[in-house]
Design a protein around this ligand. Sequence first.
Ligand SMILES: [Zn+2]
Length: 474
Amino acid sequence: MGKERAIEIRIPNNLTFEKQILSEIFIRIGYPFAFVQSFTSIHAAKIAYAVNDDVADIFIKKMDDDWKNISFPSTTKIENTWLVYLPGKKPTTLIKKKTLDFDIVGMGYFFLSGKAMELEKKNLHIFIELCKYPLFDIACDSLKKIIITSTDYARLYSNTPSLWPNNAKLAVVISHDIDHIVMGGISKVRYIFSNNRNNFQNIKKKIVKIMMELYNYGPKNSYAKIDRCIEIEKCADIRSTFFVYAGEPAFPFNPLYLLDDIILWKNKRVHLFKVLYGIEKEGWEIGLHGSICASQEENYLQDEYNNIVRRLPNINLMSIRHHRLSFDYEKTWDLHKKRGFLIDSTIGCNRINGFAAGTAFPFTVLDNDNNTDKLLEVPVIVQDIVVNRYIRKHYNSCVPLIKDICEVINNSGGGVLTQIWHIERMSGRSGNKMLTCFKDVLSYLAGLHVWFATLSQVREAWLEKKKELIISNE
Ligand SMILES: [Zn+2]
């Protein structure tokens, strides 16, 4: 792709924040682009942002600052495209006299700032509705169509570079959160006693539950089946990311285990950290499964980081995902940047499979200091919690569910299908069913033209993509 022809975006130099959002929009459009102060003579298309320019093919309105304070946006469908808009400022058409008639940058801000995640606490119903489609990607895809039809440069699009390696439109990331390693383990009993010292009723209830688990599953089946999971992935020649907990087990709602605890690994009793160390050597990736507290407070995140580095000193710890997808848009990403994480994969919905960030693409977390490429978000799209509900209803396979979501992603320009498969759900009574389901999904996806990748491979490919598409005008 020659540097001489690019989509040129004329934008005032001081709008660095909006430049970041426009970058994300034009990366989704997938054609080389450059930010300019005035149009050159060898552009592929001329876009003016927040400046009046009669020469421009399309004018994009300046972002409405109200997006920064909004808590409930509205949605509407115009010309077959779902749009998110500020209440009271409803667009009537997508494009009016060369002007994009909706605030695509404002909408991008709403999703890429993580603000949409706040809706889960404020209005679950709206949040679930927003998650059903990758609304931001759909809007970008519409803009792409508008560019093609309203400029003379449509022919250039036949040359659009491919999104992922191997010419794939869809990348697939498999990841596992480790929430329990032993269903009724001795360490669990220890924590229950130390945390409920004065609450005998609570201790009794929990111990009975553990006894029931042991009785139902038998001691061997009560261990998380990391080995089975690795075996399946090895057979399919896939590598995944294991998010492991390293925090204080005593806190309510957080996982109850330590890296020093013992699991059953190929019929031998082995320390969890040794298993992780071994699989990392074979190409699997280890990320931190941050506690709920660590998504809000620096000292917790620091402690958990220290714990994992102490036990696994030589691993390449790049990624993080918080337990229960705990996220605060004003704090969590800043803490990650400060601690040096390069990939976050916390944005997602616990209720349905879908697009909590309005996108199936990775994106660089917006940065006030214009310190870009510091942290990449790779949103979660599919969770086994949702899959489980589905297979309980439909008994056999969950492949139709995955097929639907692949279609949605492919229809809105492609992206990454990031999946969470909890290790403990592959153990216990319904574990075998889940393992079969996992195998089914992998073989279905292997039959499509997809690129299986780990989180760090996605990051590498994405940065490469940005380098290819963003043409520097210096
Ligand atoms: Zn978890």
